[in-house]
Design a protein around this ligand. Structure first.
Ligand SMILES: Nc1nc2c(ncn2[C@@H]2O[C@H](COP(=O)(O)OP(=O)(O)OP(=O)(O)O)[C@@H](O)[C@H]2O)c(=O)[nH]1
Length: 602
C-alpha cells in the first residue's frame, strides 16, 4: 500500500468533554474494543496508567495511542486517539493537541446535558476546524434523557446530532457505533510525505532512559531513526534515536510520515527543549516556515513555597528540579522571606497546576510545606513611566513611586440552573465582577458571563460557586488582558512586625473587609503563647483592623504537680509534635497551614 492509500485510512481525533462526563471511561472502552488492551488488562493496566497519570499529576497531559480498527466497510483503519487535558490551566496544550487532529468526539452526559466546559471545548475545536462527532454517554443512568440532550446539542451548539451514538461507557453499549462514526465523519489527514519535514509537538515528557520524548503529528514530510532534526524555536539540533507509536507503551516503528501521530526520541536532556507547539524539521532540506501557533506559555499564578522545617530546603530544591524535568511550564527561583526563610517563588499555569505541584511535593517527595498566598502578575507603572511586572506583594514599589497599577482580567462563563442566578450574581458582584450578559439554554440552564479580575477568582471562587449552587454550576474562564485598577498592599503585623508571607495585593475597596477577616481568622488559628499577640492589618502603614491573641494563662506543666514523670514526658512530647508544624515568625509561632487557610474565605 503506498503512502497516500495508507493516509486515507488514518483518523486522528481527540475526545472533548466537560469534567466527569466520561471521557476517560470512553477512551478505555475504545482501547478495549480495538483490542489494544484486553478487558482484563484494562482493569490492571489502565488503572495503572491512571495511577501513573495521577502520580505525574496531569503532567503527562496528552498522550496519543494508535488503535487498529476493521470497520464495517471491511477496511482496516488506523485510529489515533490523542488525549487532551481537561482543564483550563492547560488550554494551550489542549489547543496544540486539537491542532494535531482532524476531528473530535464530543462526549455529553445524558443526564447532565451541556455544561460550561463542553461549550468552551467545542468552540476551541471549531476554531481548529475539527469535525465534531457528538456522543451521548451514560444512557444507563435512570436520570438519562438522551433525546432531550440530543436536541440540546443541536439547539445550543448547532451540530447535527441526529446520528450521535447513544452509549454507556460503563456497560459498553454503543462503543462500536462510536468507532464507526469516527471512521465515517472524521476526514483523513492530508500532507505531502515528500515535502520538507514539519512535525508539530503536542506533548512531551521525560523518560529516564530515552530522554525527553516528543509526541508529534507529522504535518509534512517524514522522520526516521538517524535523521538529524532541528527544533525550529531554538535552532537546537539532535540525531533521532527512535521513532514509534504509543500502543500503549512506546513501540518503535522506524518511520513516521505525513498524517501520522507518534513519538520522537533524540537523547534530549530536558523537556524544556521539546516545547509544546514547536515545529520539528530536518537539518538537511528544512522547512522554510514553522507551523503556526507556537507560543511560550507564561505562568499566570505565583506563590512562595517554603519547607515547613528550614532544614529541608535542599530536599525541596532537589524535588523542584526533578518536577521541572517533566514539566516545562513549572517555573521556580530561590526567594528569601523574612518570615519564612529560604524557599522558592514558583509560577504556575493556574490554580489547579499549583495544587498539583504542591501535592506532588508533599506526597512524592514527602515534604512538609508552607505556601504563601497565590498572586497574579500585576503591571505597575512607575511615576518615571517605567513598567514593572510584580508577582510578589513583597516586591511592590513604594506607593509614592507608583503612578498606577493594572491587573489581569478574565471573562468568566458560568452555567447553572436558572434558580441559582441570584446567588451567582451576588457572588460575582462581591468578587468585583462586571456583568456582561446572560442567555438561557432551553428552560433548565442559563449561561452568565462576567468580566472579572483574575485575582478575585484564584482563591476560592469556584468553591464558593459550587457551595452556593449545591454543585450544579460549572465554570470556565479565559484571560482577556489587563485593566487599570486601584490596588493596594495589605500587610499583616504580628506582635508589631510585618509578616511578609501574609501580605497580599487587593483592591482598595476590599482591603478593609479582607484585613478584618484575615485578622479574625488568624486569631483563631494562632495558639495562645506566653505573651499577648496583637494581630493587625495595615494598608500603607495605616492600621485598619486589630485582633488579639490573649496570653496563655497557665503553664501546661503546672497541672502535673511535678509528680507524675511519664505524664509530664507525654505532655512535652505532645507539645513538640505541635511545634513541628509551627513556624517561628519573629517572636510568634504560627501553624504552617495558617498561611493558606486565612486566605480561603468567602
Ligand atoms: N453510569 C455511568 N457512569 C459512567 C459512564 N461513563 C463514565 N461514568 C462514570 O462517570 C465518572 C466520570 O468518568 P470519567 O471517565 O472519569 O470522566 P472524565 O470525563 O474522564 O472525567 P475527568 O477525567 O475528571 O475529566 C466515573 O465515575 C465513571 O465511572 C456511563 O456510561 N454510565
Amino acid at each position: 500500500m503506498n503512502h497516500s492509500q495508507r493516509q486515507k485510512r488514518i483518523r486522528n481525533f481527540c475526545i472533548i468533554a466537560h469534567i466527569d462526563h466520561g471521557k476517560s471511561t470512553l477512551a478505555d472502552r475504545l482501547l478495549e474494543k480495538t483490542g489494544v488492551l484486553s478487558a482484563r488488562e484494562l482493569d490492571d493496566q489502565v488503572l495503572d496508567t491512571m495511577e501513573l497519570e495521577r502520580e505525574r499529576g496531569i503532567t503527562i497531559k496528552a498522550q496519543a495511542v494508535r488503535m487498529p480498527y476493521r470497520a464495517k466497510d471491511g477496511e482496516e483503519y488506523e485510529l489515533n486517539l490523542i488525549d487532551t487535558p481537561g482543564h483550563v490551566d492547560f488550554s494551550y496544550e489542549v489547543s496544540r493537541s486539537l491542532a494535531a487532529c482532524e476531528g473530535a468526539i464530543l462526549v455529553v452526559d445524558a443526564s447532565q446535558g451541556i455544561e460550561a466546559q463542553t461549550l468552551a471545548n467545542v468552540y476551541m475545536a471549531l476554531e481548529h476546524d475539527l469535525e465534531i462527532v457528538p456522543v451521548i454517554n451514560k444512557i444507563d443512568l435512570p436520570s438519562a434523557r438522551p433525546e432531550e440532550v440530543r436536541q440540546e446539542i443541536e439547539d445550543v451548539i448547532g451540530l447535527d446530532a441526529s446520528y450521535a451514538p447513544l452509549v454507556s461507557a460503563k456497560t459498553g453499549v454503543g462503543i462500536e457505533d462510536v468507532l464507526e462514526a469516527v471512521v465515517e465523519h472524521i476526514p483523513p489527514p492530508v500532507g505531502d510525505e515528500t515535502a520538507p519535514l514539519k512535525a508539530l509537538i503536542f506533548d512531551s515528557y521525560y523518560d529516564s532512559y530515552k530522554g525527553a520524548i516528543s509526541f508529534v503529528r507529522i504535518m509534512e514530510g517524514s522522520v526516521k531513526e538517524g535523521l538529524d532534526i532541528r527544533m525550529m524555536s531554538s535552532g537546537r539540533e539532535y540525531p533521532v534515536t527512535e521513532v514509534g507509536v504509543f500502543r500503549p507503551g512506546l513501540t518503535p516503528i522506524g518511520t513516521l510520515a505525513a498524517g501520522d501521530v507518534g513519538y520522537v526520541a533524540a537523547s534530549i536532556k530536558n523537556v524544556a527543549d521539546t516545547r509544546v507547539g514547536d515545529t520539528i524539521t530536518a537539518v538537511e532540506n528544512p522547512a522554510a516556515e514553522p507551523l503556526p501557533g507556537y507560543k511560550k506559555v507564561n505562568p499566570m499564578v505565583y506563590c512562595g513555597i517554603y519547607p515547613a522545617d528550614g532544614a529541608d530546603y535542599e530536599d525541596l530544591r532537589d524535588a523542584m528540579e526533578k518536577l521541572q524535568l517533566n514539566d516545562a511550564s513549572l517555573m521556580y527561583e530561590p526567594e528569601v522571606s523574612t518570615a519564612l526563610g529560604f524557599g522558592f517563588r514558583c509560577g504556575f499555569l493556574g490554580l489547579l497546576h499549583m495544587e498539583i505541584i504542591q501535592e506532588r511535593l508533599e506526597r512524592e517527595f514527602d515534604l512538609d510545606l508552607v505556601t504563601t498566598a497565590p498572586s497574579v502578575v500585576y503591571k505597575v507603572i512607575r511615576t518615571n513611566g517605567e513598567m514593572v511586572l510584580i508577582d510578589n506583594p513583597a516586591n511592590l514599589p513604594n506607593p509614592a513611586e507608583i503612578e498606577h497599577m493594572e491587573e489581569p482580567m478574565v471573562r468568566a462563563e458560568i452555567m447553572a440552573p436558572p434558580d441559582s442566578v441570584g446567588t451567582i450574581m451576588e457572588l460575582c458582584q462581591q468578587k468585583r465582577g462586571i456583568y456582561e450578559d446572560m442567555t438561557y439554554i432551553e428552560t433548565n440552564r442559563v449561561t452568565i458571563r462576567y468580566r472579572m479580575p483574575l485575582n478575585e477568582i484564584i482563591y476560592d471562587f469556584f468553591d464558593s460557586l459550587k457551595s452556593r449552587t449545591k454543585g450544579y454550576a460549572s465554570f470556565d474562564y479565559e484571560l482577556i488582558g489587563y485593566e487599570r485598577s486601584e490596588l493596594v498592599k495589605l500587610d499583616i503585623l504580628l506582635n508589631g512586625e510585618i509578616c511578609d508571607a501574609l501580605s497580599i495585593i487587593v483592591h482598595k475597596d476590599r482591603a478593609y473587609p479582607r484585613g478584618r477577616a484575615i485578622a479574625e481568622k488568624l486569631k483563631d488559628v494562632i495558639p495562645r503563647q506566653m505573651f499577648e499577640i496583637p494581630i493587625q492589618a495595615a494598608v500603607g502603614g495605616k492600621i485598619i483592623a486589630r485582633e488579639t491573641v490573649k496570653a496563655m494563662r497557665k503553664d501546661v506543666l503546672a497541672k502535673c504537680y511535678g509528680g507524675d514523670i511519664t505524664r509530664k514526658k507525654k505532655l512535652l512530647e505532645k507539645q513538640k509534635e505541635g511545634k513541628k508544624r509551627m513556624r517561628q515568625v519573629g517572636t510568634v509561632q504560627i501553624p504552617s497551614e495558617a498561611f493558606m487557610s486565612v486566605l480561603k474565605m468567602d
